[in-house]
Design a binder for this molecule. Structure first.
Ligand code: NAD
Ligand code: MG
Length: 387
């Protein structure tokens, strides 16, 4: 029986995880659940999964949540960053599923590692921002860090039984997003509604926009750098519109191992939670004869300049990846809010990176300060182009 804390329970990853847990009540218990502001959904989850603790963004949402729960509900409600940290470090918890979106996941994830919890990590922004610190803590504390991002789960699975030494390169696959075949001239008219229509995956809004700009793949390159300790020059991106090959590892003898599956996050989430066991999931295997063709192509770095930006920030390192991530979060939020055009996302991140005086080998405080500075700077740039 594994006791779980689920951070970001009401999101796409969180609710898929609870769907798995519902199917395997003899394997998992839910000890803590967190959300930001979606208290109605969280209340329903609390009634069904009876966690000991629940955390939300602030006192007002804690009050609203309490009002939605039956009086007999035995759940402690906490809030704010301290509340999320409490949820991530409950004594009874064996494993924490990090499924919050954005840099907000960093503090609770670090606290969970410090408390000796195993981690299943979907929240890639945590590794982008502070990969060196996270991986060092994981090694020091001897906890298990399981990738939940489908590409990284695929790489992990394709590395099973092999040492890192024999790897020639990692091939991260990308669907290409909704604008894979849209001519550059039409990019100026892209609306949030257009960008939220992902061809293969149903996900939260932030990652869906990141998939449309290919920044998601850029963040994943940095995520792979830290998870697998492979240099950026040996991490390649290949566009694979069918999203069946979830990623591949090329070995020095020319062999390439891939992990395949239908585009359904339940596979990667369940594997993260139950490794080394594979659970009998309600997910079909790909029907290859029906799919017919698996195709691959190089990413178009001109229409999707965010990918090169992520490589640049990742290779230069220090505080730059944290700045990249924070500026991207601000630009994506502004785009979703109709305050920035789709083609405005890249320039905001690029200019913020250019304005940044990078620190090498930053400590946690310097990373948090770089994140704060980048948000403020990006916001200033967004406001300036609104005028
Ligand atoms: P989502 O928007 O659907 O859900 C996010 C969850 O985090 C919600 O429960 C929300 O309440 C909570 N949250 C959001 N902002 C928060 C904040 N500031 N403080 C505390 N809680 C907050 O997002 P998602 O699609 O489930 O993605 C979650 C993470 O997993 C992201 O880092 C994303 O990149 C990663 N991921 C998602 C998918 C996917 O298929 N959805 C795939 C791979 C990786
Ligand atoms: Mg992914």
């Amino acid at each position: 029986m594994k006791s779980l804390s689920i951070l970001g329970a009401t999101g796409s990853i969180g609710s898929n995880a609870l769907e798995i847990i519902r199917q395997f009540p003899d394997r998992f218990t839910v000890n803590a659940l967190t959300a930001k502001t979606r208290v109605a959904a969280l209340a329903r989850q609390i009634v069904e999964f009876t966690p000991r603790l629940a955390a939300v963004a602030d006192a007002e949402h804690a009050r609203q949540l309490k009002a939605l729960l039956p009086p007999a509900a035995e759940v402690e409600i906490v809030f704010g960053e301290a509340g999320y940290v409490e949820a991530a470090t409950c004594p009874e918890t064996d494993m924490v599923l990090g499924a919050m979106v954005g840099a907000a996941g960093l503090a609770p994830t670090l606290a969970a590692i410090d408390a000796g919890k195993d981690i299943a990590l979907a929240n890639k922004e945590t590794l982008v921002m502070a990969g060196a610190i996270v991986m060092q803590k994981v090694a020091d504390r001897g906890v298990k860090l399981m990738p939940v991002d489908s590409e990284h789960s695929a790489i992990f699975q394709s590395m099973a039984g092999h040492g890192r030494n024999g790897i020639r390169e990692i091939l991260l696959t990308a669907s290409g997003g909704p604008f894979l075949n849209r001519p550059a001239a039409e990019f100026t008219s892209i609306t949030p509604q257009d960008a939220l229509q992902h061809p293969n995956w149903s996900m939260g809004s932030k990652i869906t926009i990141d998939s449309a700009t290919l920044m998601n793949k850029g963040l994943e390159v940095i995520e792979a750098r830290w998870l697998f300790g492979i240099d950026f020059s040996r991490i390649k991106v290949v566009v694979h519109p069918q999203s069946i090959v979830h990623s591949m590892v090329a070995y020095q003898d020319g062999a390439v191992l891939a992990q395949m599956g239908v585009p359904d996050m339940k596979g990667a989430i369940a594997y993260g939670l139950s490794h080394p066991e594979r659970l009998p999931l309600d997910v079909p295997s790909p029907d290859f004869a029906h799919i017919g063709q698996l195709t691959f192509e190089a990413p178009d770095r001109e229409r999707f300049p965010c990918l090169a930006l992520a490589y640049r920030a990742g290779e230069q390192g220090g505080t730059l990846p944290a700045v990249l991530n924070a500026a991207n979060e601000m630009a994506v939020a502004a785009f979703l809010d109709n305050r920035l055009p789709f083609v405005g996302i890249y320039p905001i991140i690029d200019q913020t990176l250019n304005l940044h005086c990078a620190t090498t080998g930053p400590d946690l405080g310097q990373l948090i300060e770089a994140d704060r500075w980048a948000r403020e700077t990006a916001l200033g740039l967004i406001r300036r182009q609104e005028r």
